[in-house]
Ligand binder design. Structure first.
Ligand code: CP
Length: 352
């Protein structure tokens, strides 16, 4: 990135959140999908309902064929230069459900970045060939910066953040909301539920994005359960206070299991860690054990963004309250709904 762009980017970063929200919109719709706070309740409800419609339509061959014909003229770039299994595969399959053609780069060693091309020239090059860029990147601001940069070119195509460093994973938050939406649809919906998030909350981008979306729901109560050195950070704490969301922080997991409607487990994120010994040695108390099932509410759900290590006993998998495998499948449906929204074909789906 040239010095000129860097200075302009720094200026943009200093603008208000409202200005940023407006910048990443077009014609009153979200254009670039970059952070969870872009979504309001009406969009979350809409995308959840659209995902369900796509899921049901795709069950029948004629329905699947209909969906596959909707976006045959569109192409997507999957730029995943940080490891991924389910976000990559669910986006890939979501594209194929709607007939979108896909290309990918999964390692900068296989692109011209190895020859010294900047990642921003790389992004600009993608925009010469495709209609949407879906990007996972280790740098916090990379995806937002890429979207900002493309918006000043003659090919301002949408950028979708599929995970940005330790900061945000907004499409994971959408699938988490969709999973909560489905789990509680016969229990009065998400409003008023008690959600417990457990594990490495300091570096866990999924819990950050999901927590930001909690502002759209009424009377939520959140418990954050982590060892002190892995607790949520001040920016999220301030956001929750400002949004008047009731929340508590503790390291006593067992004390909140019985009152939780959803328990959201996360793994230790030690890819960001220089001191593995310290974090691993104190993590056993932040695991969901087989014995915990007996104190969990009968209609509660256990979630996990996956991948997991040992933080959920595999014997829990067969309990009907363990929804994490359904949760990862939900990712494909909500991402298909998001792509349908990005390319304005939602009406063609809802009218089927
Ligand atoms: N939940 C999630 O982002 O999984 P992957 O890292 O496998 O994509």
């Amino acid at each position: 990135m040239t010095e000129y762009f860097e200075l302009e980017w720094q200026k943009f970063q200093k603008t208000s959140e409202e200005a940023k929200l407006a910048f990443f919109q077009k014609e009153g719709r979200i254009f670039d999908i970059l952070f969870a706070r872009q979504f309001e309740r009406k969009q979350l409800d809409f995308l959840s309902n659209l995902a369900t419609k796509i899921r049901l339509v795709a069950k029948r061959k004629e329905g699947a064929d209909y969906l596959r014909r909707l976006l045959t003229h569109k192409k997507a770039m999957l730029y995943f230069v940080q490891p991924s299994t389910r976000t990559y595969l669910s986006f890939l399959n979501a594209c194929h459900i709607l007939g979108i053609k896909t290309s990918d780069i999964r390692d900068t060693f296989t692109s011209s970045e190895i020859k010294g091309e900047s990642s921003y020239d790389t992004i600009r090059t993608f925009s010469s060939y495709v209609d949407v860029i879906i990007s996972r990147h280790p740098e916090k601001d990379f995806n937002q910066k890429a979207a900002w940069l493309l918006n000043s070119t003659d090919r301002p195509i949408p950028v979708v953040n599929a995970g940005s460093g330790k900061d945000e994973h907004p499409t994971q938050a959408l699938l988490d909301i969709y999973t909560l939406h489905r789990s509680f649809e016969h229990r009065g919906g998400i409003d008023g539920k008690v959600i417990t998030m457990v594990g490495d909350l300091k570096r866990g981008r999924t819990i950050r994005s999901l927590s930001f979306l909690m502002k759209e729901y009424k009377n939520m109560k959140l418990y954050f359960i982590a060892p002190k050195h892995l607790m949520i950070e001040e920016d999220l704490r301030s956001f929750l206070k400002k949004s008047r969301i009731e929340f508590y922080e503790t390291d006593n997991f067992a004390s909140v299991i019985a009152q939780s409607d959803a328990i959201y487990m996360t793994r230790i994120q030690d890819e960001h860690d220089n001191d593995k010994e310290k974090t691993q040695s104190s993590y056993d108390d932040f695991s969901f054990t087989y014995e915990h099932l007996s104190i969990l509410k009968k209609d509660a759900v256990i979630m996990h963004p996956l991948p997991r290590r040992n933080e959920i006993d595999v014997r829990v998998d067969s309990d009907e309250r363990a929804v994490y495998w359904r949760q990862e499948r939900n990712g494909m449906w909500i991402r298909a709904a998001l792509l349908a929204y990005i390319f304005h074909v939602e009406k063609s789906i809802l009218d089927v």
